[in-house]
Design a protein around this ligand. Structure first.
Ligand code: GLA
Length: 384
């Protein structure tokens, strides 16, 4: 948590004026349902108690002035000159501004101060949190009357156009729409959703951060998306009513994709089965069967690692290691993959012992720190 007063103070120092609004937009976890969102499938995310915070205020001119606390860096550009820039981090905000301009929204120059406590590159969607914080703050500052779900979509398009990742809607939706103590079951086909209480009794969600970030992750992500789309195109030759992997069965894949491209088949089948696992996990959560929920998580990891091939040796090691403890009901890699965190369903009383045992072994094996993150399911984007 970062206090509102701290953001206000820093804004004042950095811009020598008063911020009009302070917005908090959180990072997210996802219990199960990975790489399903861009295939019109289901996901089960929620926001966490780690967030991006922005302070905003209007300017008299048409400049956009940004300050990122993490990098101790300013960035400045004219509103009329919006384009992707080499600096990297401003793109998440400029991408949002660009989307607002495409929608003919009336915005003027502004200052934005950015801070946060979402670990970067940990697969907790700090970029989506930043996009949504920026979208929500500008919506409020310029009184644009944009709906919450629309803010999530603006964030997603900013990511496509200014960050080059053809992501699904999960991260932005979770950041904007989550409700404390609940997960969101989101149908990515029509964005209908329901909140499900995350009641884990003696168990808790524990994240273990590999502290690995592979630079190829975004191109591999886009490749996976293409493989899914090519699979759908093959199925459509026979079933023109099919729009996405959501409409596809394993039998269709067996008949139409397997004979053409075995690898594409394996990727598509993973997505179809991941939706089935998510539904089984939801039933388990509803009936309080945490063992079954955990089993679905382990199975999901197997698929992500061996079939969809988006894991890495560090993630695989962490999941394998915790499997031997009866106090850990489930674990899997989370998010896009190739690094970041595993999500673990662990007995509360065992969490510290697990971290104590695992951290030195991990360090010895990979020469990397293992960071444990305890998270609390939290509310989505809000004005402070
Ligand atoms: C990233 C993307 C999401 C989603 C996940 C994988 O986090 O931003 O849209 O596709 O990967 O489930």
């Amino acid at each position: 948590m970062i206090a509102k007063a701290q953001i206000e103070d820093r804004y004042k120092t950095v811009f020598e004026s008063q911020p009009t609004h302070i917005v908090r937009s959180p990072g997210r976890i996802n219990v199960i349902g990975e790489h399903t969102d861009y295939n019109e499938g289901f996901v089960l995310p929620t926001a966490i108690d780690k967030a991006i915070y922005v302070g905003v205020g209007k300017r008299e001119d048409d400049l956009i002035r940004l300050y990122a606390e993490d990098f101790k860096a300013y960035f400045e550009i004219s509103l009329n000159d919006i384009r992707p820039v080499d600096e990297g981090w401003p793109n998440y905000i400029l991408g949002v501004v660009n989307q607002l301009k495409e929608r003919q929204a009336h915005i003027g120059g502004f200052n934005m101060y950015i801070d946060g406590d979402v670990p970067l590159g940990a697969g907790l969607s700090s970029s989506a949190a930043l996009e949504c914080a920026a979208g929500y703050a500008l919506n409020t500052l310029f009184d644009l009357q944009i709906e919450r779900v629309e803010i999530a979509k603006i964030g997603q398009l900013a990511e496509h156009t200014y960050a080059g990742v053809k992501c699904g809607i999960m991260d932005q939706f979770a950041s904007v729409m989550s409700k404390a103590g609940h997960v969101v079951k989101l149908d990515c086909r029509d964005l209908s959703f329901s909140y499900k209480p995350l009641e884990l009794g003696d168990y808790a969600i524990l994240l273990l951060n590999t502290n690995v970030k592979h630079s190829l992750a975004s191109s591999a992500y886009n490749d996976r998306r293409e493989a899914c789309e090519s699979g759908v195109a093959l199925v459509r030759k026979e079933y023109p009513e099919v729009n996405s992997l959501r409409d596809v069965s394993v039998a269709m894949l067996d008949a139409l994709v397997k004979p053409v491209n075995e690898d594409m088949y394996t990727k598509c089948r993973f997505v179809v089965e991941e939706n089935q696992r998510l539904n089984a996990a939801c039933d388990a959560l509803e009936s309080g069967d945490l063992e079954e929920l955990g089993r679905q998580m382990f199975r999901a990891h197997d698929g992500l690692s061996k079939e969809y091939e988006v894991s890495c040796k560090e993630l695989d090691f962490l999941v394998d290691y915790v499997k031997s403890f009866p106090e850990v009901l489930g674990a899997r890699m989370m998010g896009g993959g190739f690094g970041g965190c595993t999500i673990n369903l662990v007995k509360k009383s065992f969490q510290d012992l697990l971290i104590e045992r695992l951290a030195p072994i991990y360090k010895e094996k990979f020469d990397l720190e293992l960071t444990a993150i305890k998270v609390v399911p939290s509310n989505g984007t809000e004005l402070l």
